[in-house]
Design a protein around this ligand. Structure first.
Ligand code: FCB
Length: 454
C-alpha cells in the first residue's frame, strides 16, 4: 500500500458553517420578530418532525460556549449568517439596536477567540412583514435588502472583512416557491423564477453599496452547484440533464458571470420567465472578490414528461452510496468536476467551498463519544477531490464544513444531523464533538490529508 500526503496551499482557510435560523433560537428575544421560517415551521405538517427554530440549538444564549468549543478544536474560521428579522423586525423599517448588539457581542467573542468570521447576509430568514407584502416577488424587497445590508455592513465591517450576500438562491427560490418544501411554502413556477431574479438582483445591487460602505472588505455570493449527468445516452435523457443543469446551475451562474440568462432556459420557460427591467442584468454582474460554492451531490438525470418544471427527474444507482439524507449521492468526484467547470466556463475568481458535509444516524456510544467514521471518510474524500482541483489550477482558498453542530435542518427539523459536533436533544442540548470534529482539527493543524492507494 502506497500512502501520500496531500498538502493544501499555505494559508488555506479551514472552517465550519452555520446559519442563523438553524442554530440561534431566541426567536422572541431582543426584539426579534417572525421570519418566514417561524411562520412556516409553526404551520402544522410543514416540518417532518414538527420541530421549529424557536429554540433551535439555543446558540443565542450559548454562543460563548460554542465559540469556546471552536477555539478548543483549533478552528480559526467560521461562516455564519445574520438574522434579518433581528435587525429589521417590523414593517416600519426601524433598526432594532438589540439585534445589532447581539451580533456585536458574538463577533467580539469570535475575534477574541482568534476566529475570523465570514458573514452571510441572507440565509433564508426573510422577515415575515416583507413576505406579507409579497416577499421576493415584490421588487421593493430588493430595496429593503439593500437598506438592511447597508446597516449591517456599516455596523460590522470594522470586524467582518468577508461578506457573502445570498446563500443558495436556487434553494431559496425553488424550494420555497416552486415545490413548497421550504418557507414560504408556495408552488408556482413564475413566482419561483421571479423570486430568483429578485434575489440575484438584490445580490448585484448590494455590491456597490457594500464597497462604498466598506472599501476594504471582500464580498461574494454562495451558489450551490451540482455535477449533472444524464442517466443514459438516450437523447431525451441527455436533453433532460441539460435542462436540469440549465435550471439549477446555469440560471444562477450565467447572470453573475455572463450577464444573461441561458437562452435554452428562456426558450424553455417562455412566459414564465421573470419580469426583467432594463439594467437588471448589468447590476447582477457586479464584480466580486470570490465565489462560494456549496457542493453536496451529483445529479443523475432522466427524462420525465410528468414533472412540471423541467420534465426531468433524478435517478439513482444501487452501487452509488447515498447519504442518510437520501436525496444526496456521495460523489466526491463531482466536487472536483464542479470546481474545474467553474474555472473553465465562468471565472478565475478565488473560490471557497462554502458548504460541504453529510448526514448520518449519529448516536452517543457507550464510551460517551460520537463515532462517525462515515463522515470522516466523506470529508476526507471531498478534501482529496478539492486538492486535486487545486493541483490542476483551481484557485480554491478555503473549505467550510457544513455544519459546526447539528441543527434545525429546515423541512427535516432535527431529524437530520449534519454537524461535526453532536447536539444531544434529549439532554439539555449539550454539545459533544464527533470524531469528524477531531479529524477536521487534525487536518487543519497539518494542513494536509493522507491518501492511500494500491
Ligand atoms: C444547504 C443549506 C444549509 C443546510 C445544508 C444541509 O442547502 O445551505 O443551510 O441546510 O444544505
Amino acid at each position: 500500500m502506497h500512502s501520500e500526503l496531500l498538502t493544501f496551499p499555505k494559508d488555506f482557510v479551514w472552517g465550519t458553517a452555520t446559519a442563523s435560523y438553524q442554530i440561534e433560537g431566541g426567536f422572541e428575544q431582543g426584539g426579534r420578530k417572525a421570519s418566514i421560517w417561524d411562520t412556516f415551521s409553526h404551520t402544522p405538517g410543514m416540518i417532518e418532525d414538527g420541530a421549529t427554530g424557536d429554540v433551535a440549538v439555543d446558540h443565542y444564549h450559548r454562543y460563548r460556549e460554542d465559540i469556546k468549543l471552536m477555539q478548543t478544536l483549533g478552528l480559526k474560521h467560521y461562516r455564519m449568517s445574520l438574522a434579518w428579522p433581528r435587525i429589521v423586525p417590523d414593517d416600519c423599517g426601524r433598526v432594532e439596536q438589540r439585534g445589532l448588539d447581539f451580533y456585536d457581542r458574538l463577533l467580539d467573542e469570535l475575534l477574541q477567540a482568534g476566529i475570523t468570521p465570514y458573514v452571510t447576509l441572507y440565509h433564508w430568514d426573510l422577515p415575515q412583514w416583507l413576505q406579507d407584502r409579497g416577499g421576493w416577488t415584490n421588487r421593493s424587497t430588493v430595496d429593503a435588502f439593500l437598506s438592511y445590508t447597508q446597516t449591517v455592513v456599516h455596523a460590522f465591517s470594522d470586524r467582518v472583512t468577508n461578506w457573502m450576500t445570498f446563500n443558495e438562491p436556487w434553494v431559496a427560490s425553488y424550494c420555497g416557491n416552486l415545490n413548497g418544501a421550504h418557507a414560504p411554502g408556495l408552488k408556482d413556477i413564475p413566482t419561483a423564477l421571479q423570486v430568483a431574479h429578485h434575489m440575484l438582483l438584490a445580490h448585484g445591487k448590494s455590491i456597490p453599496i457594500i464597497r462604498s460602505e466598506a472599501p476594504h472588505v471582500k464580498v461574494g455570493i454562495v451558489n450551490n452547484l451540482a455535477w449533472v449527468e444524464p442517466a443514459t445516452t438516450k437523447a431525451e435523457d441527455v436533453k433532460a440533464a441539460e435542462r436540469w443543469d440549465g435550471a439549477y446551475n446555469r440560471l444562477f451562474m450565467d447572470p453573475l458571470f455572463k450577464g444573461q440568462y441561458p437562452q435554452d432556459m428562456i426558450d424553455h420557460f417562455g412566459n414564465a420567465m421573470p419580469v426583467i427591467l432594463e439594467g437588471d442584468l448589468q447590476a447582477m454582474q457586479a464584480p466580486l472578490d470570490f465565489l462560494g460554492i456549496n457542493y453536496y451531490t451529483r445529479r443523475l438525470v432522466a427524462h420525465d414528461h410528468t414533472e412540471p418544471f423541467i420534465q426531468a427527474k433524478q435517478v439513482y444507482r444501487s452501487y452509488v452510496p447515498r447519504a442518510e439524507f437520501e436525496e444526496f449521492e456521495v460523489w466526491p468526484e463531482g466536487l472536483y468536476k464542479v470546481l474545474k467547470r467553474v474555472k473553465e466556463e465562468y471565472t478565475d475568481l478565488p473560490l471557497y467551498i462554502s458548504e460541504n458535509g453529510t448526514t448520518l444516524l449519529d448516536a452517543i456510544s457507550e464510551d460517551g463519544c460520537v463515532h462517525d467514521p462515515g463522515r470522516v471518510q466523506y470529508l476526507h474524500d471531498h478534501f482529496a477531490a478539492t486538492h486535486q482541483a487545486i493541483a490542476e489550477g483551481c484557485d480554491v482558498r478555503g473549505y467550510f464544513v457544513w455544519s459546526f453542530m447539528d441543527n434545525f435542518e429546515w423541512g427535516f427539523g432535527f431529524s437530520k444531523r449534519f454537524g461535526i459536533v453532536y447536539v444531544d436533544y434529549k439532554n439539555n442540548l449539550r454539545r459533544i464533538p464527533k470524531d469528524s470534529a477531531y479529524f477536521l482539527a487534525q487536518t487543519l493543524l497539518s494542513n494536509s490529508i493522507k491518501v492511500h492507494s494500491l
